[in-house]
Design a protein around this ligand. Structure first.
Ligand SMILES: [Zn+2]
Length: 450
């Protein structure tokens, strides 16, 4: 070896070693005035959370903070896991006029790329409100949902961890009632829905979604009178399991609910058709409910619909169904403004406003907190990686003033957000700079290339 090259190599090795040492020493210490464990509904005082890179290293009252650690002082705040919306739609924003609840016009006029950019914006707004995980279950055009998940995972931009379903699978028509012209000549159902009628088509549809990056599967159980049988649903569940996906069933009739329960579905989406007897069976089988419990506000709903939603949510809670916080948010109208300030509400404000329903149902804050965190992580099937503020888990956490265990409205004003160990919001202000990159910072590390 040439002598100068040898010295160069030694220098390089030393540099690399010190760089590695610096990297492994990159520790953040959070001083938490109060730390909530939503699983048990308990609070620990004056805790230190040590974070190394993306993950939590240790948590405790008397931890020594290593020299050189970055200290974040949240000693006046309450720290808890990031929030979860267990049923939402990031890449559809249908307009109230003329298409309320039909969204044919959105689908014809808004391209998938446009909708994907809307989804990216919605993701940032949700993260700002403390939502670090969302289940995004369909109506995202041609896979804007799985693209959003990839983009966030690769480090292009900030956003929650997205659990996307890909395209909703249903019997002929999906949730649409198209004309013969539009259906037969233009296949207008696609890409909002995949028609899957036979067993072969169900298997193919599940596989296609997983091929294109789905992490959960969404079925229309009973969007049409021909719906899916118990046998059909069981087939989808077993096929999805091969790709590591759990199944959510969109349910809108009592009969459909019973078939979904009998088939052993993982999550039931929408609570309106469920009876107390369904609730009893769901609790017995441990089936999650994503009730999509819309509050009655100036911009949405009716008093009668709200009353029914509140009664159903209350019944589900009384019967001990595993509840998740879920919104089904996918719309926009001119009235979505803060009543006091007259300013537009953000997608985050609109999402956390669903707390109104939980309060009206008289559900104790500790149970709401469990639904919006731990149960959401379980329903998203990522509880082994994210959620608990414990060693080995991803550092996804938020902080609020006040105590959400006594006043759940404290969640409406999130002061601090950390995602994957990076600070996204501090002192109530977004600080997203570190999340933006001109190229992917992480290549796929999962089971698949997508
Ligand atoms: Zn939905």
């Amino acid at each position: 070896m040439h002598k100068r090259t040898g010295i160069f190599c030694v220098l390089l090795a030393a540099l690399l070693a010190s760089a590695t040492a610096a990297q492994s020493a990159a520790i953040t210490a959070i001083k938490a005035g109060r730390l909530i464990d939503p699983e048990t509904g308990t609070t620990a005082i004056n805790q230190v959370i040590l974070i190394e890179g993306e993950k939590i290293k240790s948590v405790g009252a008397n931890l020594a903070i290593p020299a050189g650690a970055t200290i974040i002082d949240l000693s006046k705040l309450t720290v808890l896991p990031g929030l979860v919306d267990a049923h939402t739609h990031m890449a559809i924003t249908y307009k109230e006029q003329p298409e309320n609840n039909y969204y044919y016009l959105t689908y014809v006029m808004d391209s998938t790329p446009l909708r994907a950019i809307q989804a990216a914006s919605n993701g940032i707004q949700l993260l700002n409100a403390g939502f670090t995980v969302i289940r995004d279950v369909g109506n995202n055009g041609m896979y804007a949902d799985t693209a959003l998940r990839q983009a966030i995972e690769q480090g292009w931009l900030p956003g929650p961890t997205v659990i996307p379903s890909g395209i909703i699978i249903g019997g002929t028509g999906g949730q649409f009632w198209p004309t013969p012209e539009m259906y037969k000549r233009h296949n207008i159902v696609y890409p909002e829905y995949i028609d899957a009628n036979s067993h072969d088509e169900i298997v193919r549809a599940v596989r296609e979604n997983m091929l294109f990056g789905a992490r959960t599967i969404k079925l229309c159980i009973d969007c049409k009178p021909w719906g899916y049988s118990v046998e059909d649903i069981k087939l989808a569940i077993s096929e999805a399991a091969k790709g590591g996906c759990k199944v959510e069933g969109h349910v809108q009739t009592p009969e459909g609910a019973q078939r979904a329960i009998d088939a052993g579905i993982y999550i039931i989406g929408h609570g309106n058709a469920l009876t107390p007897e369904h609730h009893r069976q769901m609790a017995e089988k441990g089936i999650f409910l994503a009730g999509t419990d819309t509050p009655f506000t100036k911009y949405r709903g009716s008093e009668a619909a709200f009353k029914q939603t509140v009664t159903k949510l209350r019944s589900a809670w009384e019967k001990k169904v595993p509840l998740t916080f879920s919104t089904d948010f996918d719309y926009w109208n001119e009235r979505m403004k803060d009543e006091k300030t007259g300013e537009w509400m953000s997608r985050g404000d609109l999402t956390i406003a669903f707390l109104d329903t939980w309060k009206a149902a008289g559900i104790p804050p500790a149970d709401v907190l469990r639904a919006i965190t731990i149960n959401g992580y379980k329903a998203a099937d990522i509880i082994k990686e994210r959620g608990p503020i414990k060693p080995g888990f991803f550092a996804d956490l938020i902080a609020v003033a006040g105590d959400p265990l006594t006043d759940i409205d404290a969640l409406r004003n999130v002061q601090f957000v950390m995602k994957n160990g990076m600070v996204f919001k501090k002192d109530g202000v977004m600080t997203p700079e570190k999340f933006f990159h001109p190229g992917p910072v992480r290549m796929p590390s999962g089971r698949y290339t997508r």
